[in-house]
Design a protein around this ligand. Structure first.
Ligand SMILES: Cc1ncc(COP(=O)(O)O)c(C=O)c1O
Length: 460
């Protein structure tokens, strides 16, 4: 056998046409897709397959209607399959399916950037597009370091996040995030320290913002004393932590963090990937809590989840620091960007989704529904296994007493049984998370909470 015979044999066996794809009826049909953030073994033995969605409901492959109790993954507040968004996507993909935004542009990117500036607090004037929330985190962290270099303060490289903080799955995000499992699985990354989370005894079953805990912000002073502000680039926090189970900031906490950052020349980044664009009963968490950051990350609800997209917003001074220090005009001011930054189809979806959000006055709708949602979810206080309930806007988290040494077991069981009953809710660590679509009704909320109470009561 010569070399070319060897190659032909290899080609035929590994990359050639002999490799036929399994049919749907084949038991190995699901093997190829390594599912993200999923118990693959569990899913593949008990598939939960969605085939279509409209409004507040999914339809499964066996024809069942499933109420979407998490707006997809916190991203589809306007409900699924909105005609205006679908049409915008269809129009755009036939007109300009892709266009580079490196050195060239397309009008929708500029139009969407203007809309984002309009809907976010004053002082956030410039928009850098990414393809996801995780990319927005890493973009914001890189920008913050680069900003300080350009300001002649190159030692400001360290970041401060929070325990239980979630900022996506890229290396920057898991470094500033406070999820121990990420540190255990993926090891060391960029320099980051962490403030405590604000889930403290005495605040259980708070409705909206808890009363106690603003003083936890002073931990930032301790970290500044430890590392020195000359080494700290930015503090990054979610206005309310979503993925950790909806942890609402205590009254005065975010203001205090803001003041300490300002006094110490440290940038404050709000990761509004979940709190952004309606969920908090305002366009942003910053507006809902009355505290403005220096940088803001958004994603998910920009396009109502119909297309992947994220963005980082910064102020004019921040932007101009890059413009003023880049040398000749043909030079890049920031050597950073993604192939899919401001993808034209995602921009079309974003413009249509944000227009709908404003036109249908979804902020008022969230504020109308929020008191009913709050009463309803807190009616579960006293039910078996529930040790805490938290809520803000149209987001809520419930903590369940761990089953022995397995904190994630009960939430998993609850979510699976809820799916059997026709409800999709998210489970994470020892929590169940709820984020109904903004277009939901009081009746839907009642059914969701009744089913949840009944289900929690059923499990051991
Ligand atoms: C606050 C926050 N930041 C970042 C991310 C990561 O976003 P993505 O999954 O789009 O990368 C998430 C995702 O849930 C998030 O909640």
């Amino acid at each position: 056998m010569n070399l070319s015979d060897n190659f032909s044999a290899l080609e035929a066996s590994t990359v050639g046409a002999n490799h036929s794809a399994p049919h749907k009826a084949d038991p190995h049909w699901m093997d190829a897709f390594w599912m993200p953030s999923t118990g693959n073994r569990n899913f593949k033995s008990h598939p939960r397959m969605m085939v279509s969605a409209a409004g507040c409901f999914y339809t499964t492959d066996d024809g069942r209607q499933i109420y979407d109790g998490l707006s997809g993954l916190w991203c589809a507040g306007l409900g699924h399959s909105r005609r205006e968004i679908n049409e915008a996507v269809a129009r755009q993909i036939t007109k300009l399916d892709f266009s580079p935004t490196f050195q060239f542009g397309h009008p929708l990117a500029f139009e969407l950037a203007n809309k984002l500036v309009e809907l976010t607090p004053k002082g956030l004037d410039r928009v850098f597009f990414t393809g996801s929330g995780s990319e927005a985190t890493d973009t914001a962290l890189k920008m913050a370091r680069a900003y300080w270099r350009l300001k002649g303060k190159a030692s400001k490289t360290r970041f401060i996040g929070r325990e239980k903080g979630y900022h996506g799955v890229n290396f920057g995000g898991i470094s500033v995030g406070g999820i121990p499992a990420n540190k255990k699985m993926f090891g060391q990354s960029i320099e980051a320290d962490h403030l405590s989370h604000t889930l403290i005894p005495g605040n259980e079953f708070s409705r909206g913002m808890p009363e106690h805990g603003a003083e936890l912000a002073d931990e930032l002073l301790k970290l500044i004393a430890l590392h020195d502000a000359s080494n700290i680039a930015a503090v990054i926090i979610e206005p309310f932590s979503g993925s950790a189970g909806v942890i609402i900031p205590p009254v005065g906490y975010l203001n205090r963090i803001r003041d300490i950052c300002t006094a110490n020349d440290i940038l404050l980044i709000f990761d509004e990937v979940i709190s952004g664009f309606g969920r908090s009963g305002a366009y942003t968490g910053a507006a809902a809590f009355g505290v403005s950051p220096d940088m803001m990350n958004v994603a998910k609800q920009i396009t109502n989840g119909a297309q992947p997209m994220g963005a980082v917003l910064v102020g004019n001074d921040f932007y101009n620091t890059f413009m003023d220090n880049a040398g000749p005009e043909y030079m890049l001011e920031l050597a950073h960007g993604y192939t899919y930054s401001a993808h034209p189809v995602a921009c079309a979806a974003g413009i249509a989704a944000l227009d709908l959000l404003v036109k249908d006055d979804m902020i008022s709708r969230v504020n109308e529904l929020a008191p009913h949602f709050e009463r309803s979810v807190h009616s579960l206080k006293g039910a078996r296994h529930i040790t805490d309930i938290r809520n803000f806007g149209l987001a809520a988290g419930l903590t369940l007493q761990p089953f022995g040494m397995e904190p994630a077991k009960r939430p998993f069981q609850v979510a699976m049984r809820m799916f059997e009953k026709g409800f999709y809710v998210r489970y994470g660590a020892d929590t169940i998370q709820l984020a109904p679509p903004f277009i939901t009704t009081q009746g839907h909320i009642d059914s969701l909470i009744n089913a949840l109470g009944e289900t929690i009561n059923e499990i051991d």
